[in-house]
Design a protein. Structure first.
Lengths: 334, 313
């Protein structure tokens, strides 16, 4: 059983890796500029926040929960960065801003988790409500204005390049390593998989499923804060629309990456590959010079990728005639 | 005793919430509560209401459909393009609604046929249908529809807007189907316990195909009505309307896990959201307040629902 599951997991990674290689090499052959260091850097920078939040979202979905509030949370935390740091507003030093934003993220995630666990409200509803509330709060705080005078110390978080690589890429790599270690090498990781696999069984095995759930939501808040800190200051403008629709991008990456939506099965590696693949769509469309209207098809292609990922599981099912493995990989209804 | 159990029903709680909202509105601003104003504002909720009806069925069956807004947009765009290409307006409308049906059937085929989780399928088609709408129309708005078509959205008989009449008819159809037909009982059966329903002889796959097909069809219809109301067909109409729809259904007391809920509850849920939104917009003209209020209502109401349900046990 374990071997079979592992084969399936490697297959998904192989599939994604292969697709990524085909897309990347294909466009590079047609247009050598695509493989330039500058373009690869841009791709990675663009994909970094998806990867960072995707790591946490993978843990949330592994637990059998979902968090659709991360996009709005990002918007609120971005507004927080602007209001706390702008010399015209509070003008606090960068260190304080970072600490406040990180604490804010953990707090917001923790509130989500507490409502799910203590309030017994399904996570889709809690985070759907939060998504709306936080966006509203962001718009009230920003009052329809833009903040354009971020101090240099805060801008450094987005534009700084220690050791020749943008900070967001370093952060994304650190987030991936940390999440893999947590998921595979710590009791928390084991408990996350156990809770998602069968929460009743996990509870009987003395896993504190409530604590596990609150923890993963808090991690989602933390990672959203980190992603916001390293991505938003890349631009000089903060407005209230930051992060709209971002939750769908992140969840898409996790799902295409092969993590089961009903929990218990999947991993971070798939999420990272899927995020890279999705990040390639728009630049590839632009580079291939199909006309400036080609990008209108981006979302259609994104959707097709998810359906293709799902269908690939079905094809494997026909080959193996093993319904159980499929139920696990796609989280099919019983 | 009967009174007590009535008081514990979620619909009663919602009706009370609605009464409080309307009472507050009437107290703060009597003009808002004038019948003519209410009838005029009611058209704003038509799309939300009619899409929420099949969504209630889908969620009652234990599923979810995130793609309704995208199906709606695709239907609107197909309608606009085919009218522009010279099709008569009735034929273009039929084509639009059928586009919605097709969107729903594709969802249903993946969910019932390939047995993929509805959240994943409709997450994919949420992107795909909206993307197709953007791709086919290249994001361009289409307008210039004939007056006789726009009457669907703007016309009224005796002060009652046509679109409201359509919505009322749809409410009656769905309410009766849910309580008076075999189809309705089967929806509840699947949502309560799918395996038990299968052993009881409910054709699960066929039912799901129907449910998602109906959801797509009604979304298509809502798309046509929306175009008639705004005189514009565009790929980015009603962004994230699926979230409003799901919020309304869940606020209406339908369990996100299926099996429990009612069409009446959904109608009340839509009305609460609609009246709060319109009143806040009417009096303070601040859209951001609406977001905070609606989101809070969703979370707090489900929290409260849990408390009521637990005490009832």
């Amino acid at each position: 059983m374990t071997t079979r599951l592992r084969t399936l997991a490697t297959n998904r990674l192989l599939l994604l890796g292969g697709l990524l290689a085909i897309v990347f090499l294909g466009v590079s052959v047609a247009h050598p500029g695509y493989a330039s260091a500058q373009n690869i850097r841009d791709l990675l920078v663009q994909c970094a926040p998806v990867v960072i939040i995707g790591c946490a979202m993978t843990l949330v979905i592994l637990t059998g929960e979902i968090d659709v509030s991360v996009g709005s949370m990002m918007g609120l935390l971005a507004a927080g960065i602007g209001i706390l740091s702008s010399p015209e507003r509070l003008g606090l030093p960068a260190g304080v801003v970072v600490a406040a934003v990180v604490a804010g993220g953990i707090l917001l995630g923790g509130v989500n988790g507490m409502l799910v666990v203590a309030g017994r409200v399904p996570s889709i509803i809690v985070t759907l409500g939060m998504m709306t509330v936080l966006r509203g709060v962001t718009e009230i705080l920003m009052g329809g204005e833009w903040i354009t005078d971020l101090p240099a110390s805060v801008r450094y978080l987005g534009t700084g390049e220690p050791l020749g690589l943008p900070l967001s890429i370093w952060t994304a790599m650190a987030a991936v390593v940390a999440t893999v270690v947590v998921a595979r090498k710590t009791p928390l990781g084991l408990h996350i998989y156990a809770t998602g696999g069968n929460s009743t069984a996990a509870a009987m095995a003395r896993v504190h499923v409530g604590v596990v759930r609150v923890t993963v939501f808090a991690i989602a808040g933390l990672m959203t804060a980190v992603a916001t800190l390293v991505s938003v200051p890349q631009q000089s403008v903060i407005e209230s629309g930051i992060g709209v629709g971002f939750e769908l991008l992140v969840i898409t990456a996790v799902v295409v990456g092969g993590t089961s939506i009903s929990g218990g099965y999947g991993g971070v590696a798939g999420t990272v590959l899927a995020a890279l693949l999705l990040a390639n769509i728009r630049p590839a469309l632009l580079y291939l010079d199909l006309g400036d209207r080609a990008t209108f098809w981006e979302r259609a292609i994104q959707g097709a990728f998810i359906l293709a990922a799902v269908l690939s599981d079905r094809c494997r099912w026909f080959r193996r005639a093993d319904g159980k493995a499929v139920t696990i990989t796609t989280g099919g209804s019983p | 005793m009967k009174l007590l159990s009535l008081a514990r029903r979620w619909e009663t709680v919602l009706a009370a919430v609605l009464a409080i909202v309307l009472g507050t509105a009437a107290w703060l601003d009597p003009a808002f509560m004038a019948l003519s104003t209410q009838l005029e504002l009611s058209t704003h909720a038509v799309e939300l209401l009619i899409v929420a009806l099949p969504m209630t069925f889908v969620i009652l069956s234990g599923g979810i459909d995130l793609s309704v807004g995208s199906s709606l947009a695709l239907a609107a765009v197909i309608f606009g393009l085919s009218y522009e290409a010279g099709a008569p307006v009735w034929a273009a409308s039929v084509l639009g609604v059928l586009t919605g049906s097709l969107c729903g059937i594709v969802n249903g085929a993946f969910i019932a046929g390939a047995r993929v989780h509805p959240l994943i399928v409709t997450l994919a088609t949420l992107a795909a249908y909206r993307g197709l709408a953007e791709g086919i129309s290249l994001g361009r708005p289409i307008s210039g529809f004939p007056d006789r078509f726009l009457a669907i959205g703007e016309g009224s008989v005796g002060g009652v807007p046509y679109s409201l009449l359509i919505a009322v008819a749809a409410v009656l159809a769905f309410a009766l189907t849910s309580t008076r037909t075999v189809f309705g009982r089967r929806v509840y059966a699947i949502g309560s316990n799918e395996i038990a329903a299968r052993y009881a002889g409910v054709p699960i796959a066929r039912m799901k195909l129907w449910l998602y097909g109906i959801a797509g069809t009604v979304a298509g219809l809502a798309g046509i009505i929306h175009v008639a109301r705004r005189n514009t067909a565009k790929a980015d109409v009603l962004p994230q309307v699926e979230l409003d729809v799901i919020t309304a259904v869940v606020l209406g007391g339908t369990s996100i896990f299926g099996g429990r809920g009612s069409v009446v509850g959904t109608v009340l849920g839509v009305l609460v959201i609609h009246e709060v939104r319109e009143f806040v917009g009417w009096r303070w003209q601040r859209d951001e307040l609406i977001l905070v209020v609606v989101g809070s209502i969703l979370i707090v109401s489900v929290l409260a629902h849990n408390l009521v349900a637990r005490r009832a046990r």
